[in-house]
Design a protein around this ligand. Structure first.
Ligand SMILES: [Zn+2]
Length: 156
């Protein structure tokens, strides 16, 4: 991590580790982490703020995913896979078909067995949100999520 330094003209400057621009130290927030020799954060203000905006946007996106409800069309598609695909494969194909939306294998299992989204019982969807909540908290890929899920441990 490059510390701040003075150039030949006496300007106190520092290189941002993100955008690589050499800027006056005023462009950096102050920070006193262990290992910092100049008391400044490694990224310039612009890059720090950009990172905050980025993380905010990502958090908001997650929040939206968390409240996502399975549409009738999606539920119907899952039901069509019963006796055609395995539970895992259904969840895997679902993530591909409905871009960026994940469905937990246990949700598929519950739909297959008629425990949720049974005909005329569309109101019983609270557990689906719990499943989607867990899925949206997972930071890895859909495949990783499926592999980390033990269906037998899910309370029915
Ligand atoms: Zn920068």
């Amino acid at each position: 991590m490059p510390a701040s330094y003075y150039d030949s003209e006496g300007n106190h400057i520092k290189e941002c580790t993100k955008c690589k621009l050499v800027q006056p130290v005023e462009e950096y927030y102050r920070h006193t982490p262990t290992g910092s020799t100049d008391g400044l954060v490694q990224r310039c203000r612009h890059c720090v703020l950009a990172k905050f905006r980025d993380e905010n946007a990502r958090r908001n996106k997650k929040r939206k995913q968390r409240t996502h409800k399975l549409t009738k069309h999606q539920v119907a598609w899952i039901k069509e896979q019963k006796d055609v695909l395995s539970i895992r494969e259904t969840a895997r194909q679902f993530a591909k078909k409905f871009w960026a939306i994940k469905v937990n294998p246990s949700t598929v299992q519950r739909i297959f067995s008629g425990k949720i989204h049974a005909e005329g019982k569309d109101e019983e969807t609270i557990s689906v949100y719990d499943m989607l909540d867990a899925a949206s908290q997972f930071s890895g890929s859909a495949e990783d999520y499926l592999d980390s899920t033990d269906i037998k441990k899910v309370k029915l």
